[in-house]
Ligand binder design. Structure first.
Ligand code: NI
Length: 166
């Protein structure tokens, strides 16, 4: 957080299934898994392009979260499907060690393509919807602390959740 690229709108991707794109995605997946993140956006690794990866089965950073299918999502658009919102704790690999309570739409539709240009079109809810909204925010220069309504609900993970192990 603080790097200017994280505050920019990133560019649409126009070429798919290229060696450069596959290599970047491989690096992003390795970084996400090494840090035990739920997702990662290209601007977080120095590429200002509209690419996010997300998904996990069991995540020690989010022990109560339901499984999210592993997804490479490019040039995404999000539509909010209902007025329902949920508060949930978020973290981010660009804001290490911190957690904040963020309100997100509970039900969304997201569309985009994968690394081969194949269409993705899903209606999702809960933590899956949260992860997609968080990651896609990165493509438009928004970091989750900007969405925290009550800054008393922002702090170090180990202070907010002392019962969890690290
Ligand atoms: Ni993030």
């Amino acid at each position: 957080m603080g790097h200017p690229m994280l505050l920019e709108q990133s560019k649409l991707i126009e070429e798919f299934d290229t060696p450069e794109l596959h290599l970047l995605i491989k690096d992003m997946i390795e970084t996400m898994e090494a840090e035990d993140g739920a997702g990662l956006a290209a601007p977080q690794v120095g590429e200002s392009i509209q690419l996010v990866v997300f998904g996990f089965k069991d995540n020690s950073r989010y022990p109560d979260a339901e499984e999210v299918p592993f997804t490479v999502l490019i040039n995404p658009t999000i539509k909010i499907l209902s007025d329902d919102k949920e508060d949930g704790w978020e973290g981010c690999l660009s804001v290490p060690g911190m957690r904040g309570l963020v309100s997100r739409a509970s039900h969304i539709n997201y569309k985009g393509v994968d690394q081969y240009g194949q269409k993705i079109d899903r209606n999702v809810e809960g933590f899956h919807a949260r992860v997609v909204q968080h990651e896609c925010d990165h493509l438009f220069g928004v970091l989750y602390p900007m969405r925290i309504k009550d800054m008393k609900q922002f702090g170090f993970h180990e202070e907010l959740f002392p019962e969890e192990s690290f």
